[in-house]
Design a protein. Structure first.
Length: 345
């Protein structure tokens, strides 16, 4: 059946400017990390993507290694793009990344020019695209000079294969350095994609903290894992379901679900209920609150394994306001919980 996007798709979703750039992103973006590989039903993927776009989600976020197997999320997305979204390409922001292990040998990961640009070409081929809107360095490389990695991003933009340059999981100091190098090359840093949630607040720490660094260079941010890999949902309030991510030890482990952490999660769930939201909705709304010091979070990057889950997450936009009393109550339980698996060692 031919897909025709909803006429009212832009009527409810807020769009936020990315730093001091000309680009805006939807308050909620869809990440294709977990649910768009070959292990997931293709028609379910299609239904999620269609519904997301109808709800005003214009940003689809990928990486070269998303799957499983690695690369399959981009390949599947390319099929969906061709079948459903080709007429809407200019309404979409499509991003991809390179940095993690992708193919055998010394040129298949990290941040060398060889790897970054080869990876981008492969990603474009899998998705059937001439360009992506944002190309990211997925993680800082401790051994490759940053000038080389940023130079690859600059080349990607100048070649027309990417419109904007981004970074992910860089520290505030690394972010300032990356932005300086890119600015000297004439390609501004558009955006940083850090992990951030009520249980993972590393971005608020340091002098400057990440948001202060981004504000200084005029870049925006998009938070991944805002639900702490499912901890900030009702999934684990009463134990670990056998079909859950924690039970399968997939980026969330049962030993993460300590009684101390879950006690705080249950308290946060009570606060969410008093706001008329699910815990997931409040966690997303909290990410998007305007009270973050420095540059506010531009967009919250969510995943979805079903249309119902997507709709529940997007409904967070219905209540993005917090009173000072609510923020104070949340801060009692929303504390750093040592769950940042992307922290640099």
């Amino acid at each position: 059946m031919t897909f025709h996007a909803a006429d009212d798709r832009y009527e409810t979703m807020p769009y936020r400017r990315v730093g001091r750039s000309g680009l805006k992103l939807p308050a909620i973006s869809l990440g294709l990390w977990h649910n768009f590989g070959d292990d997931k039903n293709f028609e379910t993927q299609r239904a999620i993507l269609r519904r997301a776009f109808d709800l005003g989600v214009t940003h689809f976020d990928l990486a070269n290694n998303y799957g499983p197997p690695a690369g399959s999320a981009e390949t599947n997305f390319g099929r969906h793009l061709k079948d459903d979204f080709a007429p809407y390409r200019d309404e979409l922001i499509i991003s991809t990344k390179a940095g993690y292990d992708m193919w055998p040998g010394p040129y298949g990961e990290w941040g060398s020019r060889k790897y970054m640009l080869a990876s981008l070409d492969q990603s474009l081929g899998r998705m059937g695209l001439d360009y992506v809107d944002i190309f990211y360095s997925h993680r800082p490389d401790p051994e490759t000079p940053m000038e080389e990695t940023m130079g690859a991003l600059d080349t990607a933009v100048r070649s027309g294969k990417a419109l904007y340059a981004g970074i992910s999981s860089y520290t505030p100091a690394q972010t300032l350095e990356a932005a300086r190098i890119l600015k000297e090359m004439g390609t501004p840093l558009l955006i940083h994609q850090p992990s951030y949630s009520m249980l993972n607040r590393w971005t608020e720490n340091g002098e400057p903290n990440l948001y202060e660094a981004l504000d200084a260079v005029g870049a925006g941010s998009i938070a991944f894992s805002p639900l702490a890999q499912g901890m900030l949902t009702d999934r684990y309030l009463n134990g670990v379901p056998s079909d859950s991510r924690a039970a399968k030890e997939h980026f969330l482990h049962e030993h993460d679900l300590t009684e101390d952490k879950m006690g705080r999660v249950r308290a946060l769930n009570d606060i969410a209920a008093s706001r008329g939201q699910s815990l997931a909705q409040m966690a997303i709304a909290w990410i998007l609150r305007d009270q973050v010091k420095g540059t506010p979070v531009t967009s919250a990057l969510v995943g979805a394994s079903s249309v119902a889950q997507l709709e529940n997450n997007v409904a967070a936009i219905n209540n993005l306001d917090f009173t000072d009393a609510e923020l104070t109550a949340i801060d009692e339980f929303a504390v750093e919980s040592d769950i940042n698996r992307w922290a640099q060692k």
